[in-house]
Design a protein around this ligand. Sequence first.
Ligand SMILES: [Zn+2]
Length: 439
Amino acid sequence: MSNLPTIVRDYRALEAAVKPLVDAANTENWRPALNLLYMNGSVMSFPQVSLPVLVGLNGAEEDVKMSMDLLQGKAKTALAPLVSNLARLFVPRILSMVQKTEFVDAVSKGQEESVMLLFVSNIGHEIESHMNELTKMFVEGAFTLSELISIGVFKALCDLRKDQIRAGLSENEYDEMVELLIGLNVVEPRLQVSVCPLCANYQFTISRYSPYSDKCPKCGCEWTTATLYTLEPSLAKMKGENADLAVFASAYLRNRLTYSAPTEDVEVYPNAVTNVNDHEVEVDVYLPQFNIGLECKVFEDALAPLTKNRLGSIVGGLSRQVEGFSSIGIENVVVVTNLPQESAVRLGQELQKDVQQRSMKITNLVVVQGNVDALIQMLDTLSSSIAKQVGEKLSEMVKKVALKDETNEKTHEILKSTEVEPDKSHKKEELKEKEEFTS
Ligand SMILES: [Zn+2]
């Protein structure tokens, strides 16, 4: 290595946003909230809006199937595709609208007219382009606009939730994660749609503080509510770039090292872009003093079968990454994935082979499976091995200092035996000082 890489930029400033997750990692009960880190940002977003969201569901979608059927059945068969097209357009529009400050202001001030005006101006274009069919539909009394929006949003939310779960979590894990993230104040409710399984009544609320009721006010039956949550803004930004896992790992390591290696200022850079000899290399978590580099890979579909082709393309991409790491002197590589254990093991073996074949100078190569406990265990092992190295370095330094002291003492003794006079006068001064102090 000719030159040490310089850090062009990094995400240390964003670590504050993952602090609640680091706190959760240090507990047992809150730790499942970290499953969020394994969700790919694009799986969390609606197609037209790059805004990662989560969907909570109170009650079962199955329960309201009949009601949804009835509500949708009001639309004539010919209009059904139009309804679903519109619904698909509404949700992203509503989502981008609820982000706008003027909308939030109007809602919080209870200015219903402004809310409606903003609403129509945002989705008006879509409505206009289908006005003929819609007018016919509304005139015939098949549908009201609010029915159309409510059902569309409810369905879109349930579908997104299903897709998010399918990508890697069980339904229970997903629900637990959402609950814990609410408790950690990392997510915020934005809108709710409730549908009654008995009377097909529905309620659509765009508010952060909607009065939640688990019962239909019309018939008293327990209804099903879908709630849309957005992430805290800086976390959402990171999630959009799939950078949150790296920033978390970095923040967690930093937190650990403050206790385990307090004497050493260990440099940890999340999402580091380094430059060496005019050549840029990106490292998801970079610890330059210890030649450690982490690569975080959160696949859109963690559970997709790991076919030979898929494995080959993943190994190819990672191998190029490791080569970059190697070019800046990284010898210890950890690949953090959201893959299940079996896939992670296979990936580790293939990557190891590839790295050896290309004779890269990599001392340690580890692939970590997509499991919160496995992630924390790896980070703990990493920080204690760093602490050990720091400790060894420290004890070497202490030895050196001790050796110096020994020689110093010897010369001091020689000096003592020869310089008796100055020592006496020194004692006199000391006595004088003491007297002054006591009087
Ligand atoms: Zn009801």
